[in-house]
Design a protein around this ligand. Structure first.
Ligand code: DAH
Length: 342
């Protein structure tokens, strides 16, 4: 029996050497160590031995079993390690490859311009005041000295809503009225930026949505010269290098007197080009001294208080500054356009 055990052990160990996979190892275990395996078969002969030989044979069999168990465990550990290493090799990541940078995006050019405008007026002590885009007819028009059915309403193509007396604001000027009614009798120095809506046929020159920046100063002894100084300081910072400007008499129902400000065309320098329609001048904003009726509607006594106001379209400012010839680009969402700024 000892002989049998020895040769079985040698055979088992040799077979184990050839085992190359965990599946084959399991098969090997069944063959040699399983309940009906080779070792069990040998042990079954134990009962046939003379009684005095049984203990030695039994002990030898236990020793063989212990060695085969140990060999099995060692092989299993080696195979598992190998499998892991192979997996690591197969899934290896080259950490020296350059990364893929995430694209960070940028502020829309309309936002960039608005922020530039805030900064310039901020230096001159103007606060930023926000007012709603859905507005009452009263504040968008009537309180600003534009009565119902007055021809001056034709200056704005208006989106009326199916709610009586509610419009999409056509300009940021109703912000003036909100400011005055909120602050009276305190002094005011504020800009009101935001989106406005116009019932327009969209084209290279007209959009149905755009941004405006309103300006308002109210106090005692505010004069036209203050307004001019503020506007010139603004234009010189916004359009660096601007040396020439002019104020041209105009009409707005909420200011008296009213004017528009032109600067020498930023593209041709005043020589004449397509952008300035060969006049050498481009209009950048409307302005004036706050009409007494408007001051009164805001709660201020026009005999004691005065004010100035102005309003500009910020897309227009951006277009002039960069020579953009189609206003639809601002809401077109074309990254080829947007990526050119910032
Ligand atoms: N609200 C005018 C517009 O939409 C712009 C404007 C002109 C605003 C003169 C003003 C101003 O405050 O004084 O066309």
């Amino acid at each position: 029996m000892q002989e049998q055990l020895k040769s079985m052990e040698a055979e088992a160990l040799a077979a184990l050497e050839a085992v190359e996979s965990l599946d084959a190892l399991e098969e090997w275990r069944t063959t040699y160590l399983g309940r009906r395996g080779r070792l069990s078969q040998v042990l079954r002969g134990l009962g046939a031995l003379p009684v005095e030989e049984r203990p030695a044979a039994g002990q030898a069999a236990n020793e063989v079993k212990a060695r085969l168990d140990a060999a099995y465990e060692a092989r299993r550990a080696a195979l598992e390690r190998g499998a892991k290493e192979q997996a690591f090799r197969a899934e290896r990541v080259d950490v020296t490859l350059p990364g893929r940078p995430p694209s960070l995006g940028r502020l829309h050019i309309a936002t960039q311009t608005l922020r530039e405008i805030y900064a310039i007026f901020g230096q001159m002590g103007f606060e930023v005041y926000e007012a709603p885009e859905v507005e009452s007819d009263e504040l968008n028009f009537q309180a600003l000295n534009i009565p119902p059915h007055h021809p001056a309403r034709d200056m704005w193509s208006t989106f009326y809503t199916d709610r009586e007396g509610v419009v999409l604001r056509t300009h940021t000027s109703p912000g003036q009225m909100r400011l005055m009614r909120e602050r009276c009798p305190a002094g005011i120095r504020a800009i009101v930026p935001g989106k406005v809506y116009r019932y327009e046929q969209v084209s290279a020159r007209y959009e149905f949505q755009l941004h405006q920046v309103e300006g308002l100063a109210v106090g005692r002894n505010i004069h036209m010269s203050d307004l001019k100084g503020v506007l010139v300081a603004f234009a010189q910072q916004m359009f660096q290098g601007t040396r020439r400007w002019r104020f041209r008499g105009s009409y707005f129902p909420f200011t008296e007197p009213s004017f528009e400000m032109d600067i020498a065309c930023v593209l041709c320098g005043g020589g004449g080009c397509r952008v300035c329609k060969y006049s050498g001048w481009v209009e950048i904003l409307g302005a004036g001294m706050v009409h007494p009726v408007v001051l009164q509607n805001g709660g201020y006594d026009p005999a004691a208080y005065s004010g100035f106001a102005f309003g500009m379209g910020s897309e227009r400012i951006t277009m002039l500054k960069y020579g953009i010839d189609d206003i639809r680009l601002f809401f077109g969402n074309d990254p080829r356009f947007l990526a050119q700024f910032g």
